[in-house]
Design a protein around this ligand. Structure first.
Ligand code: SAM
Length: 273
C-alpha cells in the first residue's frame, strides 16, 4: 500500500527493491528514520513486531494522531483551503509557541506537507490538490499502523534499545550532502559526525541492517568492511526529468547479511517463515 504522505527523500521508487532484499528470518522490524514510511507501508504486516521512529517531533505526532485519532484529524482537515494565505498562516501558527492540541498540530503539519513545494514544508506549491482525496489514505494508514510502535528518538538510542539477534533495522538517513533538507521545524539537522556515528552504531549491533544511501565516495568508504555488502542501484531522477528524460539517480543499498537470499527462494518457501 502507499503512504498517506510524501516526504523529502521518501523511498516510493525503491521500496519494492528494498523489501525484496530483506532477510528471510527476523521477528522485529525497526524503521529507524521513518519519514513518510514508504517501506513500512509497502512491507506486508502481521508476522513481526514493527517500530516506526523519527527524530522530527511534528512528524511523530502526526503518525500518532493517524494511528490513534484519525477521525478527529480528518475532521480538523476538512476545512483546509489550498491557498497561499492559508499555507502561510498554518506555518506561522505551527511555529508560534503556545498550547495547541496534538490533533491541531498534526493537522497544521499535514497541511504544510501536502501543500508545500516538493513536501519540503517551506514554500507554497501552488498545485491543484484536494485534501479530501487524502482522507481514504489516512484511514488506510490508521488501520495499518494499529499495532505499530511509534518512537521519537535519536537513531543511536533507538538502535541500542531495539537490538537483538532477531531484529531487522531499515535505515534511510538523510543523504550525505543533502542533510540541509531536514533542518526544518523540530530538529537540528544531520552532520558528517552523525553519518560516522550511524556506521559505528550499526557495526556494533547483534541484529541485521539494511541501509539506503546516495552513491557517494564518503559513504562507500565508511561502509567498505568485511561482511558488509554494497549493492548499486538507481531510480529516476525526479528533478531532472523535465530536461533529461530517464536521467537516473545512483543509490546504494548496504546490508550486513547476504542481500539476495530472499530472491533465491520460491514464494512457498518464503511463506514458511
Ligand atoms: C530520508 S528521510 C526518510 C524517508 C523515509 N524512508 C520515507 O520513505 O519517506 C530521513 C528521516 O530521518 C529523520 N532524522 C534525521 N535525523 C535523525 C536522527 N538523528 N534520528 C532519527 N531520525 C532522524 C528525518 O526527520 C527524516 O524524516
Amino acid at each position: 500500500m502507499n503512504s498517506f504522505m510524501s516526504w523529502v527523500g521518501g523511498k516510493k521508487a525503491l521500496r519494492e527493491q528494498i523489501v525484496s532484499m530483506f532477510p528471510v528470518n527476523y521477528s522485529k522490524y525497526v524503521e529507524v528514520f521513518g519519514g513518510g514510511g514508504w517501506v513500512l507501508f509497502h512491507k506486508p504486516p502481521g508476522r513481526d513486531f514493527e517500530v516506526y521512529n523519527d527524530l522530527n517531533g511534528l512528524l511523530v505526532n502526526l503518525y500518532r494522531c493517524v494511528r490513534d485519532k484519525h477521525e478527529e484529524l480528518i475532521a480538523e482537515l476538512k476545512y483546509v483551503l489550498n491557498s497561499r494565505v492559508d499555507f502561510k498562516r498554518a506555518k506561522a501558527t505551527l511555529a508560534k509557541r503556545g498550547k495547541k492540541s496534538q490533533v491541531k498540530k498534526a493537522a497544521l503539519f499535514y497541511q504544510l506537507v501536502r501543500y508545500s513545494y516538493a513536501s519540503a514544508l517551506t514554500s507554497f506549491a501552488a498545485q491543484p490538490h484536494d485534501i479530501w482525496s487524502d482522507f481514504p489514505l489516512i484511514e488506510q494508514a490508521h488501520r495499518r499502523l494499529k499495532d505499530v510502535v511509534i518512537e521519537h528518538q535519536d537513531f543511536e538510542k533507538l538502535i541500542h534499545n531495539c537490538d537483538g539477534p532477531e531484529t531487522l533495522f531499515y535505515c534511510d538517513p538523510p543523504y550525505h550532502n543533502t542533510e540541509k533538507f531536514y533542518k526544518n521545524i523540530g530538529e537540528k539537522g544531520f552532520t558528517e559526525k552523525d553519518h560516522i556515528r550511524l556506521r559505528d552504531t550499526l557495526f556494533g549491533i547483534e541484529g541485521k541492517f539494511i541501509l539506503s544511501y546516495n552513491d557517494d565516495e564518503f559513504i562507500r568508504e565508511l561502509y567498505t568492511a568485511p561482511g558488509i555488502y554494497i549493492v548499486e542501484t538507481s531510480r529516476l531522477h525526479q528533478m531532472r526529468q523535465r530536461y533529461e528524460a530517464n536521467s537516473q539517480f545512483p543509490e546504494l543499498i548496504i546490508t550486513n547479511y547476504e542481500p539476495f537470499e530472499r530472491s533465491r527462494l520460491q514464494p512457498e518457501q518464503i511463506a514458511l517463515f
